[in-house]
Design a protein around this ligand. Sequence first.
Ligand SMILES: [Zn+2]
Ligand SMILES: [Zn+2]
Length: 344
Amino acid sequence: MEPIEALERIAFLLERADAPVYRIRAFRNAAAVLSALPPAERERRAATGRFTDLKGIGSTTGKVLAEAAAGRTPGYLADLERDSGGPLAEGGTALRAALRGDCHLHSDWSDGGSPIEAMALAARDAGHRWAVLTDHSPRLRIAHGLTADRLRSQLDAVAELNARLAPFRLLTGIECDILPDGSLDQDDDLLDRLDVVVASAHSELRMAAPAFTRRLLAAVGNPLVDVLGHCTGRLIGDRKRPESTYDAAAVFAACAEGGTAVEINSSPQRLDPPRRLLALARDAGTLFAIDSDAHAPGQLDWQIHGCARAEEAGIPAGRIITTWSADDLLAWTATRRLPSDAPA
Ligand SMILES: [Zn+2]
Ligand SMILES: [Zn+2]
C-alpha cells in the first residue's frame, strides 16, 4: 500500500464510523501535504521513511507513513480495519447492490469536509454511476450555504470535473432550505437549471403542526422539488432533536400525487423517516431516494443503513430513484416520467 493510500484509508474508515472531525482532519491534511509534494520528493521520502519533518505530518501520521513506506500494514490502520471495517448494518445488501447513485451529499463548498472531486471519486469507488452534489442554500449561513453566484460557479466546476470523470456523472443539485412559509431558499430559474433539487427544513422545526403541514405541502407541491429531505428533522445521535410534528399522511399523499420522492436519509444521526413513517409513505405510494447525506467521503458508505430499512419495509427497488440510471433519473426530474421498468 502506498503511504498516501494508508492515510486516505484511515480517514475513510474514521468518517464511515462517524468519528469526530478533529480525529480525521490530521489524516486528510497529511494526505494533502504528501500529494502536494513533487513525485521525486515523495519517492525519496518513501525510500527513507522520513516524513515527520514535513509541516502537517505529526507523530501518528508519520508512523503510519513510515510503516507503509517499509511495506507493512500500518498498525493504526490494521486496528481500525478490525474494529470499524466490518458491515455497518444488518441486511440491505441486495438493495445496496441495486443502487446506482446517491441524491444527497455535501462538499467543502458548504459544510462538507472534502473537495467536490474527492466526493465524486469516492462515490465512483463505492460503485455508483452517478451522484448528486447538494450543497446548502444561502440562508443556512452556519453551513456556508451557497449564494446564487457561488452556485453558478459551482456548476462550472462540476462541468469541468465531469469532462474528466466520464462515464461517471456528477449531477448538479442543491439541498435547498424550505423556508417557514414553504417557499424555497434559492432563485427559481437557478433551481430549474439544476439536475436534482432536494428540499429540507432546517429551521423553525418546532412550528405548530398545522403550519408545518402547510409548509411541507407547499414545498412538495412545488414542481421544482424532486426529493423531500430528512422529513422529520429528528436527530438520534449524540445531539438529540425530536421529530417535527405535522400531518404526515397528507404530506406523503401529496408526494405520491405530485411525484416528489421521500428521502430515506441514511445518516446514523438521522435515520429519517423513522420506521412508522417509512411504512406510511410506502403505503401512500411515494417514490423514495436512499441518500447518504455524506459530508465526507467515508460517509458515503452510510447508504447501507437506508437500504436495510427500505428492505425491512418491503419497498421494491423500482420505487427507489437511487437505483435508476442517470438518464432515467434526469428524464423523471424533467418530466416526472417513470422509467419503463419501474412499478406503477
Ligand atoms: Zn439537511
Ligand atoms: Zn444534507
